[in-house]
Ligand binder design. Structure first.
Ligand code: ZN
Ligand code: ZN
Length: 411
């Protein structure tokens, strides 16, 4: 497959597997302005699959940065009501969302953290209904990335810009199984494997998982009762066809009990949070809450993140990713959670996914709280998996089962 053919295969994969566009469906694409050529390619395939209409909204990180630098903080405390209504209306009317990302991981470096937390708060509140529909997979959505120059230079600092961009394209193709054979077929087989793992884990109903590795992690997390492991494909509410909210996706994940987390948890990869890098960091948990933390770089940003609200210090997601996999085998740090979270086992601080709890999508906030489901305006994944990671699960009967050995599945 030539380079151009791979781009076409990727665009087709996003349309067919990513959001599984149906005949007569409207598609809403969000994309950075510099990626217009790829957006046009995706648009064309949407129409080829029978889309009724494709709406494209371009964004621009550079002007967004100017807004952060020059607009007063009050600007970030509100979110346009018409904009929130558009998202909710689309979500309720069977529109398929494609979000094409890829930006400078340090685009927001040095921005006043108060403006960032104000913006996070305002958009989370305004988009609450939309986010609920999104997290319960009430409509089809998909996030994918394509290279941007500053991002590519960050990943491949030794190369000139155009070489770095090409290398990043090729790495991304590798992560999404584009390049050899029919990518769509490979995704269907991959989804089947993930489904087997999630079914086996759900059947065990572990009470706790205990993590250890040479980095110094010695950590126990509790899982909520009646948790469900998810991962791989989600299902179209209309025709049952598979779609993938994230590409790549290598994880299976479930809901931690936000009252049960003890011990030391050391990050294995840096974290890019709203354009700021946090490096060499770790947490100490007590009674489910972050009790201590430190970071060699970005500690102030990390502190702000933890102070966002009362749920920001507790866990909302527990995800397992085996080594090696098509993301980790690229041998680079992507500085982007979409990729890096699929390279390694991770947790998320903040909001949980209600669908990780049996019947959770129909529970009130109060009922969810009683089950130990975490609620927060943030959801931030951080990677803790290493090649020597060991995880032992303990069931409610006290039976111990090794889940991970040397960074990969032990069963
Ligand atoms: Zn995850
Ligand atoms: Zn997550």
């Amino acid at each position: 497959m030539t380079f151009e053919e791979k781009k076409m295969e990727y665009a087709r994969l996003i349309v067919k597997a990513g959001v599984h566009v149906r005949k007569g469906q409207t598609v809403f694409i969000r994309c950075a302005v510099e990626h217009y050529e790829f957006a046009r390619l995706v648009t064309r395939y949407c129409y080829e699959e029978g889309a009724r209409e494709v709406i494209v909204r371009y964004g621009d990180t550079k002007t967004a940065r100017m807004r952060y630098d020059f607009a007063p903080v009050e600007v970030f405390r509100s979110f346009p009501e018409w904009d929130a209504r558009m998202f909710t209306t689309f979500a309720k009317n069977d529109v398929a969302f494609i979000n094409i990302v890829g930006e400078d991981p340090e685009a927001m470096k040095g921005v006043d953290p108060e403006k960032i937390s104000a913006a996070v708060k305002a958009s989370s509140e305004a988009l609450k209904e939309y986010r609920k529909l999104q997290s319960t997979m009430a409509f089809k959505w998909n996030i994918v990335a394509i290279p941007e120059q500053a991002w590519a230079k960050k990943v491949y600092p030794g190369d000139n810009e155009s070489v770095a961009v090409t290398r990043l394209w090729n790495a991304i193709f590798g992560t999404v199984r584009v390049g050899e054979g029919d990518a769509y077929e490979q995704w269907m087989a991959h989804a089947e494997n993930l489904q087997k793992k999630r079914e086996a884990l759900t059947a065990y109903q572990f009470k706790t998982l205990h993590y250890t590795n040479a980095l110094g992690t010695d950590f126990t997390v509790g899982l909520v009762k009646n948790h469900r492991w998810e991962g791989g494909a989600d299902r179209d509410r209309v025709d049952g066809g598979p779609f993938f909210a994230n590409m790549p996706t290598e994880e299976v994940f479930t809901m931690p009990d936000n009252r049960v987390a003890e011990g030391r948890l050391v990050a294995a990869l840096p974290l890019s949070y709203h354009g700021n890098l946090i490096e060499n960091f770790e947490f100490t948990f007590k009674d489910g809450e972050v009790w201590g933390f430190k970071a060699e770089k970005g500690e102030e940003v990390l502190k702000r993140m933890l102070e966002q609200d009362s749920g920001a210090k507790r866990l909302g997601e527990c995800a397992l990713v085996p080594f090696p996999n098509p993301v980790s085998s690229q041998g680079v740090l992507f500085y982007d959670t979409l990729f890096d979270e699929n390279a390694a086992c991770h947790f998320a601080l903040g909001a949980c996914y209600e669908t990780n709890l049996e019947g959770g999508e129909n529970m009130s906030e109060e009922e969810l709280r009683e089950h130990g489901a975490n609620q927060s305006l943030i959801h931030v994944d951080f990677m803790i998996g290493t090649e020597d990671l060991r995880i032992v699960g303990t069931t409610w009967d006290g039976e111990e089962i090794t889940v991970f050995e040397n960074g990969t599945w032990a069963f």
